[in-house]
Design a protein around this ligand. Structure first.
Ligand SMILES: NC(=O)c1ccc[n+]([C@@H]2O[C@H](COP(=O)([O-])OP(=O)(O)OC[C@H]3O[C@@H](n4cnc5c(N)ncnc54)[C@H](O)[C@@H]3O)[C@@H](O)[C@H]2O)c1
Length: 393
């Protein structure tokens, strides 16, 4: 394919700009358009990156001659925009999470199936170096059978709730594991499994927003996920507690090895593997890099390093574009995206009902909606969530 032949536009300028370096590094694509309803943000972004075509109306951008649309708007807009783009024949790279209710999940699946276009969710934490290496070690069989994992997203963002005001409704204005994909995504890739049921409890409400209202999301929520092969995954989400961040804590336990990500303050990712380490002692994960890191990551092309995050931003876009060029499913296709997203939605019903375990539907096998949903979810609060984008002042 000729250089820059696939024309890319992104909607939602601030986060969209984060994808620029990745697309610039992939020679088959060029970013030619940007859309945002805020004219000033649109102008600033387009000027800074020299993007010619500017839209304030998404519909107009969808009807243009673009090949790829990157959806990086607030959470509840991901599905309506992805669906409109797919139906107009565009390939879609969507920000996380994939959807904000079950009805959206269903609509997204239908649009992907009917359009035949490529849809990928941009779960960038799956492209963090330590996560990629752990995945390679699992695939090489060094953990034995994997049966327990953890993911934590601890990111105090009360102030950000007042700047990006949709967060106060869609992340901290709902209760449960409302932003699960960064934690669950990499762990589920290690498990090569999906979640079949979840239960969720919270730690109560200890902080108020600037208007004096308690956040609807409990300060820490814990979601326990049972996988189809009987494994257990614990996800901790905390966007409110006063404390330093840790967005990327993970752990993994298998019959022959275990892993813990860095906790901060000079800590480093550490591993123990029965086949390599005779005593029960931690070793730095980095010791295994030379032998097990996938070749692409060990010797990344120059452009990958320029794109940032140790090549992760490049590899994410590269995977997406390769799946378009080869007409093959992307690594985080619509069903995988929902595997990362839907447990979080179901956790909201669980927390509402005192932490009861509830089934997580598999959209691969759903024939009719909502009839084929598990009974507990058919008339639940996550079937269709009708909330405003931001709270009225
Ligand atoms: N993967 C990650 O690491 C990561 C990091 C940050 C944000 N995100 C995700 O990215 C998305 C955006 O987050 P953000 O922090 O950049 O939010 P933001 O509020 O800063 O940006 C969203 C932009 O979308 C624009 N917008 C809203 N409605 C629109 C419409 N109808 N048409 C065109 N533009 C519209 C807004 O004007 C705003 O500029 C969210 O879904 C968030 O979950 C992901």
């Amino acid at each position: 394919m000729a250089k820059g032949e696939l024309k890319v536009g992104f909607v939602g300028a601030p986060r969209g700009a984060g994808f620029l370096a990745g697309f610039e590094a992939v020679s088959e694509t060029q970013v030619v358009a940007v859309c945002d309803v805020r004219e000033e943000v649109l102008r600033e972004t387009a000027d800074r990156y020299g993007i010619e075509r500017r839209y304030t109306d998404f519909e107009e951008m969808v009807q243009s001659d673009l090949d790829i649309i990157v959806v990086s708007t607030p959470m509840p807009l991901h599905v309506p925009m992805a669906v409109a783009a797919l139906r107009a024949g565009k390939h879609v790279l969507s920000e996380v999470p994939a959807a904000t209710d079950l009805q959206q999940c269903w609509e997204l699946v239908q649009a992907v199936r009917e359009s035949g276009r490529t849809y990928m969710m941009a779960e960038n934490y799956c492209y963090l170096q330590p996560n990629v290496l752990v995945r390679a070690l699992v695939q090489a069989g060094l953990f034995g059978e994997v049966f327990f994992g953890e993911g934590e997203y601890i990111h105090e963002l009360k102030e950000l709730n007042e700047i990006t005001r949709w967060r106060r409704v869609w992340q901290t204005g709902r209760n449960g594991c409302t932003y699960p994909t960064h934690s669950l995504g990499p762990v589920l890739q290690w498990f090569e499994d999906r979640v079949v049921s979840v239960c969720c409890l919270g730690s109560g409400h200890h902080y108020r927003d600037p208007r004096g209202d308690f956040y609807d999301n409990e300060d820490t929520t814990l979601m326990l996920c049972k996988t189809s092969r009987g494994g257990l995954i614990k996800v901790r989400l905390d966007m409110l507690s006063e404390r330093p961040h840790n967005l990327t804590y993970y752990s993994l336990q298998g019959t022959h090895g275990c892993y813990e990500a860095a906790r901060g303050l000079g800590d480093q990712p550490k591993i123990w593997l029965a086949s390599r380490h005779p005593r029960h002692e931690w070793h730095p994960l980095s010791e295994l890099e030379e032998e097990f890191m996938p070749e692409m990551w060990r010797h990344p092309p120059e452009e990958a390093l320029r794109a940032g995050h140790g090549g992760g931003d490049y590899f994410e876009v590269r995977d997406f574009v390769d799946s378009i060029l080869r007409d093959s499913p992307p690594p985080i296709d619509v069903f995988t995206a929902l595997d990362f997203t839907v447990p979080g939605l179901v956790s909201e019903v669980s927390i509402e009902r005192g932490g009861v375990p509830l089934p997580v539907p598999d959209f691969r096998t759903l024939q009719r909606f909502p009839e084929d949903l598990p009974e507990e979810l058919r008339n639940s609060s996550i079937l269709k969530v009708d909330l405003p984008l931001t709270r009225p002042d």
